[in-house]
Design a binder for this molecule. Structure first.
Ligand code: 5AD
Ligand code: SF4
Length: 452
């Protein structure tokens, strides 16, 4: 019998990182490492880091610092840093923290078992952070083990970003855009569907430009852009719902908007980060669209799919942002009425152009603007929730609700959480109709009418 060891993995950041952690866990399980929820028990610790904002990177650093104690106690423990902080800080991490063994960038996660083995046997300390524009994301069939969370999965379709927004670290940590081969993506989705997965979310930093790095558009019938890929994914038998994230408004094509008119399985939810409502700030952010361009796209989406929920990301306190610029963002938020929004205080990131801008906004101004914005958005989200009460919505069952009392929990096509009463026989991944009776702070409540 092979000896088994324990793997502890901690993940920060976006869904891309979550998917990468799943891949690392699966690769390590093939090398006889079983996942544990207790770092003290681990033979290998992986911290998959995020560098998008200053706070996320600091969290990773302080967690890693804390593991010094575990390494002291058990020198054979292997500690690896993966993700965007690893890519960004590279070898310096090993210099700053002598208790770390491995630094692995996002393109190198597939080498994890091999690197852990050599760290364990020969005590080698390695930095694997090469970023190649010719990188090919290896085909990789995910493990599906029939647990409650397994009815929906992420599928990475591309990595990297070519846009260089002036606040953003991603092009520096994830490199240039690399699209996966369409046949690898479709095989992965088929494999998931065959194992009971009912919903997939296609992932990439900018999915709208899928395929553009794979050469000029090919012959008819080939999957060479994102709308064509979506059509092929919704055609996979057994998949009931398809989502994607994230999109750059400048690449939102009329063909993609058309997909929302034609593809029933494509959920009416579009995450379309606007970042700011001020043209002056958008230009300084190098976003390559104006407020009017953005609003026109929102209007087109709503024309073809009136029930579409639009969500967004917003940054307050970008260098040079005046009260008037901030007001423009508030106006835009009031006008669009986002279903929900993630909003952040601007923070300087290494290598991002805006770090060198000299008209930084004071911290207390950023905090005030953030709280005004978040308050207003919360009101809007609740108003939208309340307007849904009295209607019947399709819900995909996720599992028992966390609030106990025997309720079920699931999600609407627009991705809102619904807690509802229903029979014990329900299974995750099933679609049911739920009559909505109440809007709570962050969820809806109702009762099941019928299975679909
Ligand atoms: N400061 C604050 N927020 C940022 N984001 C990206 N970079 C920064 C930064 N330097 C936000 C953007 C992006 C989301 C993922 O994180 O809103 O869409
Ligand atoms: Fe964070 Fe961006 Fe890296 Fe995702 S890609 S982990 S959001 S820095």
């Amino acid at each position: 019998m092979t000896e088994t060891r324990n793997l502890y993995i901690e993940t920060f950041g976006c869904q891309m990182n979550e998917r990468d952690s799943e891949i690392m866990t699966q690769l390590m399980s093939q090398a006889a490492y079983l996942e544990t929820s207790r770092p003290e028990e681990a033979d290998c610790i992986v911290v998959n880091t995020c560098s998008i904002r200053g706070k996320a990177a600091q969290k990773a650093y302080s967690l890693l610092g804390g593991y010094r104690r575990l390494k002291k106690r058990r020198p054979e423990l292997v500690i690896a840093v993966a993700g965007c902080v690893a890519q960004q800080d590279g070898e310096n991490l090993l210099k700053k923290m002598p208790h770390l063994d491995l630094v692995i960038g996002p393109q190198n996660i597939y080498r994890l078992p091999e690197l852990v083995e050599s760290a364990r046997r020969q005590a080698t300390r390695t930095t694997a952070t090469e970023l190649s524009k010719d990188f090919v994301i290896p085909p990789f069939l995910p493990q599906v083990n029939g647990t409650a969370t397994n009815h929906k999965r992420f599928v990475t379709i591309m990595q990297g970003c070519n846009n260089f927004c002036t606040y953003c670290v991603v092009p520096h940590t994830r490199g240039r855009e690399v699209s996966r081969k369409p046949e690898d993506i479709i095989n992965e989705v088929r494999h998931l569907a065959d194992h009971g997965v009912r919903e997939v979310t296609l992932l990439g930093q900018n999915v709208n430009s899928y395929g553009q790095d794979r050469g000029p558009a090919g012959t008819t019938g080939q999957i060479d852009d994102f709308p064509a890929l979506l059509q092929a994914v919704v055609a996979v038998e057994g998949i009931y719902r398809v989502r994607f994230t994230t999109s750059h408004p400048k690449d939102l094509s009329p063909e993609l908007i058309d997909c929302f008119a034609q593809l029933n399985k494509l959920c009416p939810h579009f995450h379309l980060p606007v970042q700011s409502g001020s043209d002056r700030i958008l230009a300084r952010m190098n976003r390559k669209y104006s407020r009017a361009d953005y609003l026109a796209r929102v209007a087109q989406l709503r024309r073809v799919r009136p029930d579409i929920a639009i969500t967004t990301d917003l940054i307050v306190g970008f260098p040079g942002e005046t009260e008037a610029d901030f007001e423009a963002t508030m106006e835009l938020v009031n006008f669009v009425r986002y279903d929900s929004a993630f909003s952040f205080k601007y923070s300087d990131r290494p290598n991002a152009a805006a770090a060198a801008f000299d008209d930084k906004v004071p911290e207390e101004v950023k905090s005030r603007r953030l709280s005004l914005l978040q308050q207003r958005q919360e009101e809007i989200s609740r108003e939208i929730g309340r307007s849904m009460v009295g209607s019947t919505v399709e819900v995909m069952v996720e599992g028992r609700s966390k609030n106990s009392d025997g309720q079920w929990s699931g999600r609407t096509p627009t991705n809102r959480i619904v807690n509802f009463t229903g029979p014990d026989s329900l299974r995750p991944g099933e679609l049911v109709d739920v009559y909505l009776e109440e809007a709570c702070r962050h969820s809806l409540r109702g009762r099941m009418r019928r299975a679909k």
